[in-house]
Design a binder for this molecule. Structure first.
Ligand code: SF4
Ligand code: SF4
Ligand code: SF4
Length: 267
C-alpha cells in the first residue's frame, strides 16, 4: 500500500501522468473511485477488500480523459479490461500507466503491456468462484426452469441501465437501447422488453466480458445480470478456448470467422 502511494506521488510530482485513478474511502467508509491530480493528495489512496469496483470503466469517459495522461490502480479484472479496450482501439497502451495490485494490496511491477499480458496469462481466468457455484446450480435446471428463473428475475428490471454504465466494455456513445428509429428495445419496463434488453446486452458482451461482476453489483434491484454474461464467457471458452482480455491483439470471437469454427450451436 505504501509503495502504491509513493509511486502515485512520484508519477504526479514528475508530471509523468496528470491523474491517478484509484480508490479512496468515502465519508461512510465505503471505498469509492478517486481521481487524484495533486501529489499532496496521493495519501488518500487506499487498497483493501472494500476496493472491488472495476475502475477501467473510467478509461473511456471523456470527463476523465480530459484530465490528461492517467495511471490506474489495476486488479486483474482491470488489467483484462485494459487489454480488451486496447484490442478494440478505445485506448492506447502508451497513454496509460498500470499500477497493478495483487489481492493483498502490494504493488506489482507492470512495466509494460507484455509484462501485464504475462501476469494475466498465469492467473485464473475463469469466473469468480462464488459465481461459478451459482452457474452450476442454474445449469442443473431444465431449459424451461431456467427460462422461468430469468423471466422472474428480469421482470424486476427498471431499465435504469446502471449495469451498462458500470461495465468497462459498454462504452458505446449511443447504446442500441437509445436508438429509437427503429425502436429496437421498448423504453418502458415490461417482462418481454426487459428480456430483449438483457439478451441483447449479453450477446454484445459475448467473448468480451472479462467476468468482473460489476454489472450485477451495480444493479439497484439485485438482478444477477452478470451471470448472463459470465455464462456466455464460459460458453465462449468451451467452444473457442479463449478468455477475453488476454491479449492486446485479440479479436472478438463473435466478430471473426474461422473455417474450422464449430457450428454445433447453430440449430
Ligand atoms: S461482468 Fe458485467 S461489467 Fe464485468 S465485463 Fe462482464 S458484462 Fe461487463
Ligand atoms: S449494451 Fe451493447 S450497444 Fe449498449 S453500450 Fe453495451 S455494448 Fe454498446
Ligand atoms: S441495473 Fe438492474 S434494474 Fe438497472 S437496467 Fe440493469 S438489470 Fe435493470
Amino acid at each position: 500500500m505504501n509503495n502504491l502511494i509513493a509511486r502515485a506521488k512520484e508519477l504526479l510530482e514528475n508530471k509523468i501522468v496528470q491523474v491517478i485513478v484509484g480508490y479512496e474511502a468515502g465519508p461512510t467508509g465505503v471505498a469509492r473511485p478517486a481521481f487524484i491530480t495533486n501529489p499532496a493528495k496521493a495519501d488518500l489512496l487506499i487498497y483493501d477488500e472494500r476496493c472491488v469496483q472495476n475502475l477501467a470503466v473510467y478509461l473511456t469517459k471523456p470527463e476523465v480523459r480530459n484530465l490528461g495522461k492517467m495511471a490506474i490502480v489495476a486488479t486483474l479484472p482491470v488489467m483484462r479490461s485494459i487489454m480488451m479496450l486496447i484490442s478494440e482501439q478505445q485506448i492506447f497502451a502508451d497513454n496509460i500507466i498500470v499500477l497493478g495490485v495483487s489481492s493483498d494490496g502490494s504493488l506489482l511491477d507492470i512495466a509494460d503491456i507484455k509484462v501485464m499480458q504475462a501476469y494475466i496469462e498465469k492467473s485464473d481466468l475463469g469466473n469468480p468462484v462464488k459465481d461459478r457455484a451459482l452457474l452450476v446450480e442454474l445449469n442443473k435446471l431444465s431449459k424451461e426452469e431456467r427460462f422461468a428463473y430469468w423471466q422472474k428475475e428480469l421482470s424486476k428490471c427498471i431499465k435504469c441501465y446502471a449495469c451498462r454504465q458500470a461495465c468497462p466494455l459498454c462504452y458505446c456513445t449511443r447504446c442500441t437501447v437509445e436508438v429509437n428509429q427503429p425502436q429496437w428495445i421498448p423504453v418502458q419496463s415490461n417482462t418481454h422488453g426487459n428480456m430483449e434488453w438483457h439478451i441483447l446486452r449479453a450477446m454484445h458482451l459475448a467473448g468480451r466480458c472479462i467476468s468482473c461482476g460489476e454489472c450485477g453489483r451495480a444493479c439497484p434491484v439485485g438482478i444477477p445480470c452478470h451471470l448472463l454474461t459470465m455464462q456466455l464467457a464460459d460458453e465462449v471458452h468451451n467452444y473457442f478456448k479463449v478468455y477475453a482480455g488476454t491479449s492486446e491483439k485479440m479479436s472478438s470471437v463473435l466478430s471473426t470467422f474461422e473455417p474450422n469454427d464449430k457450428e454445433s450451436f447453430i440449430i
